[in-house]
Design a protein around this ligand. Structure first.
Ligand code: FAD
Length: 431
């Protein structure tokens, strides 16, 4: 493994840094407020971001996430990961500025891989051009999102149309989006992992009802995390994305790179928090000297540096494994970084807030906003506990396979553990 960026990536990184210094940080607070106030159906981005995005596009800092050179920058996952870290320093504004924000990125990836020519023209191209936003509609209030085999929203094929009925929530970004990719049950009698499909649903389709932006830690404005009801919502048969019954396979394709992006952005957020924590510690006096001289504060800083550097290396390793051995082989590393990065960023932000005292709790610095924004990472795309369960199952399985047919040292023979491939099958204790 060699994570020294190529001259091309180095140059992109420098240009992104310069762009953020000039166009992002100076208006960051204003742009966050404008998103809250201006985004609504038909208005995907506020005026201030329309201008910033146009400049980024002109400068070629656009769609950098797509590994397919025909549509994007053609970077490997670890190379784009390094750029994501830079963007994560301003996690809401920078990704939007460069047309690299979730869930559009994941939606574009699966449209590139699975979309028909018509779907690419209607849905992918305007996303690539930055004219619209999209959302991903999978989680339902009534069933556990951690176990998506329990999804209830149904789509039935009737007279050449999919008729969708169901209830979703946390469809992030639905307010102001042009279309949703809905994960729905098309084949209820099939085995659990082939029951669901993905269907493209324009937001203005009759029967698509945006009920509300769910309030998340006191915040319910802007693109939102939306509650949506589908009532006899009819879309053409041709809006099926990929194969019928392939919803879970496509979802897995989408999640691997998406998790790397989230983790590297989280590391960028944590880096900025460390920088702010150090600046505050150097400049604030208490009990006769700077906070920087207090060992408690030094402990915060040292721990944060060690944790962030470990998380970065593990994330780059997962990205590198995905690039060189494929998404399937990288699953264990991806699960691990999903847990590690989400927790590291929260711990570092918490320490940075603590060192800032009441200022840290206020919205006069970006810390409190970054804390609220980052907290979701421990829940969305699979909660910590589910990833840990899967990590442990794979380890147990590996140990059981090693022990298969041999004495493991404790005088007992161990059988392999079932369901250790990340499926929702419960692991059985080795007997
Ligand atoms: C801010 C935010 C944005 C989101 N955006 C989207 C989006 O755009 N589209 C979308 O479809 N979804 C989105 N989600 C939903 C997210 O993917 C789900 O919240 C997640 O999958 C968990 O599902 P759940 O909320 O139903 O929790 P549940 O499945 O009910 O789980 C609750 C808790 O139970 C525990 N738990 C669950 N299973 C196990 C287990 N096996 N072992 C031990 N503990 C367990 C965990 O602690 C977990 O947090 C978003 C969520 C948030 C918070």
């Amino acid at each position: 493994m060699d994570f020294k960026p190529s001259p091309e990536v180095e140059s992109l990184l420098e240009r992104i840094e310069a762009f953020m210094d000039e166009h992002v940080y100076p208006v960051e607070a204003e742009a966050i407020k404008a998103i809250d106030e201006e985004v609504k159906p038909g208005v995907p981005y506020p005026e201030i971001l329309v201008g910033i995005r146009a400049t980024a596009k002109e400068q070629g800092l656009w769609n950098l996430f797509l590994p397919d050179g025909e549509y994007g920058a053609g970077l490997s996952n670890w190379e784009y990961g390094i750029l994501c870290e830079q963007m994560g320093r301003s996690p809401i504004i920078a990704s939007m500025a460069f047309n690299c924000s979730a869930p559009d990125t994941g939606n574009m990836e699966i449209l590139v891989d699975h979309g028909t020519d018509e779907q690419k023209q209607r849905f992918l191209q305007p996303l690539l051009d930055g004219e619209i936003r999209s959302c991903f509609s999978m989680t339902e209030p009534e069933v556990s999102g951690s176990d998506p085999t329990t999804l209830q929203t149904r789509a039935e094929l009737t007279d050449g149309e999919w008729v969708i009925n169901g209830h979703k929530w946390f469809t992030s970004g639905a307010n102001g989006a042009d279309f949703a990719i809905a994960m729905v049950v098309t084949d209820p009698d099939a085995p659990p992992y082939t029951r669901a499909s993905m269907i493209l649903v324009p937001i203005d389709t009759p029967g698509f009802e945006l009920i509300r932006n769910v309030s998340v830690m006191g915040h319910d404005e802007g693109p939102g995390h939306c509650e949506v009801r589908y009532t006899d919502c009819r879309v053409p048969e041709g809006n099926l994305l990929g194969e019928r019954g392939a919803g879970f396979v496509i979802a897995q394709d989408r999640l691997g790179p998406g998790r790397i992006h989230h983790c590297m952005r989280a590391i960028g957020t944590a880096e900025r928090a460390i920088e702010m924590m150090c600046n505050r510690a150097n400049s604030r006096d208490s009990f006769g000297g700077p906070l920087a001289d207090k060992q408690f504060v030094q402990d915060f800083i040292a721990k944060s540096r060690m944790e962030v550097d470990q998380a970065r290396l593990l994330t780059l390793y997962a990205a590198w494994q995905m690039d060189t051995e494929g998404k399937r082989r990288a699953r264990q590393a991806i699960s691990m970084i999903k847990v590690v990065a989400a927790n590291v960023v929260m711990d570092v932000l918490d320490r940075a807030i603590q060192v800032h005292g009441s200022l840290g709790m206020s919205d006069d610095t970006p810390l409190a906003g970054m804390w609220r924004f980052s907290r979701m990472l421990r829940v969305a795309d699979g909660p910590d506990e589910v990833h840990k369960m899967v990590i442990a199952r794979r380890e147990l399985n590996r140990a059981a396979k090693r022990a298969e047919g041999s004495d493991s040292g404790d005088g007992r023979r161990h059988a392999p553990v079932e369901g250790t491939d990340g499926s929702a099958e419960p692991a059985k204790a080795a007997s």
